[in-house]
Design a protein around this ligand. Sequence first.
Ligand code: MF3
Ligand code: CO
Ligand code: CO
Length: 295
Amino acid sequence: MTVEQEWTRPEGREPLVPGTISPRRAVPARIARPEYVDKDEAVSDSGPFVQSPDVIERVRAASRVAALALQAAGEAARPGVTTDHIDAVVHDVLIENGAYPSTLGYLGFEKSCCTSLNEVICHGIPDSTLMQSGDILNVDVTAFLDGVHGDCNATFLVGDVHPRAQDLVDTAHAAMMRGIKIARPGREVNVIGRVIEKFVARHGMESVRDYTGHGVAEGFHNGLIIPHYDSAPMFDDVIAENMTFTIEPMVTIGSQAWEQWDDGWTVVTKDRSFSAQFEHTMVITADGPELLTVV
Ligand code: MF3
Ligand code: CO
Ligand code: CO
């Protein structure tokens, strides 16, 4: 099989180009905003890495709302729908549940979720792009509720996808689950990426190194970094009870070499091969990880 066939692009689907971005969606005044909205720095993007029981309960609530919105996004993802429509769905579910869309106004990002289609690795901006059968769509939703964030994403199949694209999506999900299972107190965070990268390589795919998981609680990205590759002896933070963080591997069928669009956000594979990602927020307990981004 040629490399080109392995790219799994549906018939007639050209590499993506930026679409038109809709006006900013309003958030009712009664919904509390994170401190960073429309500022050029996020002061709350700083520790601590270990959370109090009170913060953990709030991250649990925020995570549940994020997961609800992600579920709704998945139900809306079908051929003929724009990624902007997905943003509207996510926005409305977050607002209905009293949450602020954490990405809206975060360091210049202007939408309520990220929509990363096909060769987009991450941070795609919802726009007028129409989905078509054979696409894969990642939606990344972060909810800010009661002073804390919960962050999750999933890759959805649009219509009938190439079996190799299905394999990519399954591999990304399984890789995330392997990483989650190994995340136990007393281990260095670099064990997570080691198992993820090894698993992905066995499928002939690559685990993206340059975008990582992160601590999440009062800060959207609180400074704790969770690589998705074997970074030892770097990233030797020891996993501890009551840490809350994400694991969110991005997996490419071809090369993970990437470039960014002129919009300053959208990250695409250089070879335009497809990429898939999954993400959960979890809390570490004495017994191991507990997923929080569940409905
Ligand atoms: N939710 C993404 C993550 O998993 C971050 C998106 S930041 C944005 O960490 F500004 F691109 F929206
Ligand atoms: Co995240
Ligand atoms: Co996310």
